[in-house]
Every structure is written in structure tokens, then in C-alpha cells.
Design a protein around this ligand. Structure first.
Ligand SMILES: Nc1nc2c(ncn2[C@@H]2O[C@H](COP(=O)(O)OP(=O)(O)OP(=O)(O)O)[C@@H](O)[C@H]2O)c(=O)[nH]1
Length: 387
């Protein structure tokens, strides 16, 4: 009996303990230890988590790793020489090609007797130098009168006389400054036009160098979208002097490139914007349409300070004919006469000014980067006549 009671008590105990165990909530898993407060992720070198602002998830700001030195070598920015006095420095190059014309005239004028035949030869020499028939005749007449007044002539007097006459015909007092100075924070805008192959793109690049050499900032606009290589060429020029180039794909609208270039110039508070254009337009109407549009579109933002017509000095009458067409289409304010190093016909300076009624402002004297010079009548004539 005692055993039965003991058994019953034990059974009751088992039931009570088992019930308590069964009814107890399950034991929680142990929590991981609480980490110390996190460092900012960026500091820890990790990307920060996305954050939510105003209900919108914002992208995580990825901090860039410190720059790794690149293997690519950036082109060194050059510091070209200033514009002033360049023609004097490049005088030898001019003298080489123009010497024959100047020397021939000096030789003729130094003859003991100057008969009609000699004067005709003088006139022909001037015409042969692309001075133009009317101007050549006028110079000859003026010289003839002066020789009669002088009587006998020393070599110095002959030289002085011819020098005065040529400088007079070129126009010593004409304003030849290229308008490149900014107007407050608005840049000056220079549009460069001309037939293809005359040296427009080269001139834009060289002009940018002259300006940078004079301490200016420049933006170049590659609105010659006809030829992709023209934009590449301009980019090379620009990168050498740290001038940004605005360009688009080949065949893009030149007017929109010109617009963007001027806009960039204004946004960046650049001193001067130079816009290169295409010259491959065979009809006057096509030329008028394209250049007219470029001009109109630029003028929506800023007046154009200078329209430079680039002319190849070696093309003679053909070049003059093309120049006339351009002058009819746009209001040319100055001429850039390129390749003067490659011709003995320096008289084109006089002819082009007479025909177009605008001054020669710059001359190209070679393919070198700094072979563009502001035009100075005295230095030019001295180079023609030699020392
Ligand atoms: N000797 C000499 N060559 C020059 C001078 N100016 C430009 N050139 C050369 O003339 C060639 C034509 O120059 P570009 O600047 O490409 O002519 P472009 O008018 O822009 O021609 P397109 O882009 O085809 O419209 C290049 O080989 C230049 O180096 C110069 O003053 N003297």
C-alpha cells in the first residue's frame, strides 16, 4: 500500500513539472552582442546606405577613392609669344618671298634715265605683284611726278620715295586692330569665314595662340561640321593652349555649334570666342543661307565683334573673285591674308583692301604655330624692299 501511495505522488509530481515545462514560452536565442556605435561609412571606406528624404529614396553618395596617378600624359599648356612685333620677327620670311618684287622696283627706279619704257616696266612689275591695274597705274604716275621734281636720285632717295608710296597705298592710318576684347563679362565673338583650303582652321588656331600669348582666355567653336578632321584639327590647336573646343559630329548644324560655343564663352566668362566655319559652298545662295543662319543664331546671344575673311594670297584673281562673294554675303570687317610666305605677289594686300573696302588685319607667314602676325604696313613694306 505504501508503494502505491509513493507511486501516485511521484506520478503527480511528473505531471505538474511536465505541464510547467510545456507551458513556459520558448527560450529566446541569445542576442548578438551590441556593437559599439558605427563610424560614418565613408570614413570607414564603405558606401553609405541609401537615405530617404521626403519619402523618396536618394541614391547613396559614393565617395571617390583617391585619384590614382594616370598613365596618360596631359599635353603641356604652351605659352605662345604675344602678338605685338610678330611681323618684324617674321620679316625674313616675308623678305624671302617678296624680295624679288621690291628689288626689281628699286633696280628700275635707280636707272640713270627713266624713259617711257622704264615707267611701263615699273607699272608691269606692280601689276605682276597683284597690286591691281588701277593702283599700279596710280603708283607709277605718283612716282614719275616725284622723280621729275627730284632730278637726280640717290639710292636712299629712291628707296624712301618708293617706301612712302607703297605705305600710302596700303593705308598707314587704318584701324587694323582685331576686336577681341571682352565687353564686361560678355566675350568678344569672332567669326572666321572663307573658301576651304585658304587656312581658316589654321587661322583660328593661330589666332587663339596670339590671344593666349596676350593673356586672354579663348573658346573655339568648330562650326565647320562639313569635315570631321577640321574639328579634330581645331581641338589639337585648342589643347595646346588650354582653349576648350565646342564641337559636334560631322554633318551637325553649324549654327547650333556656333550657338553652343558662344554660350560656353558666356557661361565661362571667357574673353574671346572664335568660330570656325565651313567654306565648301558652291552657290551664293547656299553660302548666304548657311553663314546667314550662323550669324543670326550667334546674334541671339551676342553681337559679333569681328567677321574675318581668310584669303589665300597665292590664289590671285581667283581668290579675289571668291572674296567678293563672301563680302556680299556677310559684313566682313577684316581680312586675314594667308600664305604670304609662299608668294612674291604682296601687292594683293593693296588690291584686296581696295576691292572689299576692309583692311588686312592679320597675315599668315608659314605653317608654324606662331606664324600669324598682326599686319603693320611699315614693317611689311620694309620687308618687301629689303635693307
Ligand atoms: N605656307 C603657309 N601655309 C599655310 C598658311 N596658313 C595655312 N596654311 C596651310 O594651308 C593648309 C590649309 O589650311 P586649313 O586651315 O586646313 O584650311 P581651311 O580653310 O580651314 O580648309 P577647310 O577646313 O578644308 O575648309 C594647311 O596645310 C595649312 O598649314 C600660311 O600662312 N603659310
Amino acid at each position: 500500500m505504501e508503494y502505491v501511495i509513493l507511486f501516485a505522488v511521484l506520478a503527480a509530481l511528473i505531471v505538474v513539472v511536465g505541464g510547467v515545462m510545456f507551458l513556459r514560452p520558448a527560450r529566446r536565442r541569445p542576442r548578438p552582442p551590441v556593437e559599439p556605435e558605427e563610424r560614418p561609412r565613408a570614413e570607414a571606406g564603405e558606401a553609405p546606405a541609401a537615405t530617404v528624404e521626403d519619402g523618396r529614396a536618394t541614391a547613396p553618395v559614393i565617395e571617390k577613392p583617391p585619384p590614382v596617378p594616370s598613365a596618360r600624359v596631359e599635353p603641356e599648356i604652351e605659352r605662345p609669344p604675344p602678338g605685338a612685333g610678330r611681323l618684324v620677327r617674321l620679316r625674313a620670311r616675308l623678305a624671302r618671298s617678296q624680295g624679288t618684287f621690291g628689288k626689281a622696283l628699286l633696280g628700275l627706279l635707280s636707272r640713270d634715265t627713266l624713259d617711257d619704257e622704264a615707267w611701263e616696266e615699273i607699272e608691269d612689275t606692280l601689276i605682276g605683284a597683284d597690286m591691281g591695274v588701277a593702283v599700279s597705274r596710280q603708283i607709277t604716275e605718283d612716282l614719275r611726278t616725284r622723280v621729275q621734281v627730284l632730278g637726280t636720285r640717290t639710292p636712299d632717295e629712291v628707296r624712301g620715295m618708293l617706301r612712302d608710296e607703297l605705305i600710302k597705298q596700303i593705308g598707314p592710318d587704318v584701324d587694323r586692330s582685331v576686336k577681341t576684347a571682352p565687353h564686361g563679362t560678355r566675350p568678344a565673338v569672332v567669326l572666321v569665314v572663307g573658301v576651304n583650303g585658304t587656312g581658316k582652321t589654321t587661322t583660328c588656331g593661330k589666332l587663339a595662340r596670339v590671344l593666349v600669348g596676350d593673356g586672354r582666355t579663348v573658346v573655339l567653336g568648330a562650326a565647320d561640321t562639313f569635315r570631321a578632321a577640321a574639328a579634330d584639327q581645331l581641338e589639337t590647336w585648342g589643347s595646346r593652349v588650354g582653349a576648350p573646343v565646342v564641337r559636334r559630329d560631322e554633318g551637325a548644324d553649324p549654327a547650333s555649334v556656333a550657338f553652343d560655343a558662344v554660350k560656353k564663352g558666356m557661361d565661362d566668362k571667357t574673353d574671346t570666342v572664335i568660330v570656325d566655319t565651313a567654306g565648301r559652298l558652291h552657290t551664293k545662295t547656299g553660302l548666304m543661307d548657311e553663314l546667314g543662319k550662323v550669324k543670326r543664331v550667334i546674334e541671339k546671344q551676342s553681337p559679333i565683334d569681328e567677321i574675318l575673311l581668310v584669303l589665300d594670297a597665292t590664289t590671285g584673281q581667283n581668290g579675289m573673285q571668291q572674296a567678293r562673294v563672301f563680302a556680299e554675303v556677310v559684313n566682313v570687317t577684316g581680312v586675314v591674308l594667308t600664305k604670304l610666305d609662299g608668294t612674291a605677289k604682296g601687292g594683293i594686300v593693296v588690291q584686296v583692301q581696295r576691292e572689299l573696302g576692309v583692311p588686312v588685319k592679320l597675315v599668315g607667314l608659314g605653317e608654324g604655330a606662331d606664324d600669324l602676325a598682326p599686319f603693320e604696313p611699315e614693317a611689311f613694306v620694309d620687308a618687301i624692299l629689303g635693307d
